[in-house]
Ligand binder design. Structure first.
Ligand code: FES
Length: 112
């Protein structure tokens, strides 16, 4: 589902209630695995697959604005996607997030 008021590239990712405070939820958006996070009332979205090997960050441990990969415990800043420690060295993609009514929308289009 897309939202015409947001413009191209925006797709519904989840309902607001699907992402409780301090938690991470794994969803599929446009065929992509995406992790949604809520920290201190702010919503964030990253690609759900670790940049090290194939693990879902949404199954990891969220500590403030850092997500710890469940497989080898690399940590990523969910605001920037940057890897904070090894074994991951590359970032994960981050996506813009908007709220429309009771729904969370993200834009998978890479930032210019
Ligand atoms: S798969 Fe995430 S740290 Fe190895």
């Amino acid at each position: 589902m897309t939202d015409e008021t947001l413009g191209p590239g925006w797709e519904r990712a989840a309902a607001l209630d699907d992402v409780p405070e301090g938690e991470v939820a794994g969803v599929q958006v446009g065929g992509q695995p995406v992790a949604l996070y809520k920290v201190e009332g702010e919503l964030y979205a990253t690609h759900d697959i670790c940049s090290h090997e194939h693990a879902h960050l949404s199954e990891g441990y969220l500590d403030g604005c850092e997500i710890e990969c469940p497989l080898h415990q690399a940590r990523f800043d969910i605001r920037t996607g940057q890897a904070m420690c090894k074994p991951a060295t590359g970032p994960v993609a981050v996506y813009p997030v908007r709220i429309v009514g009771q729904d969370i929308f993200i834009n998978l289009t890479p930032a210019a």
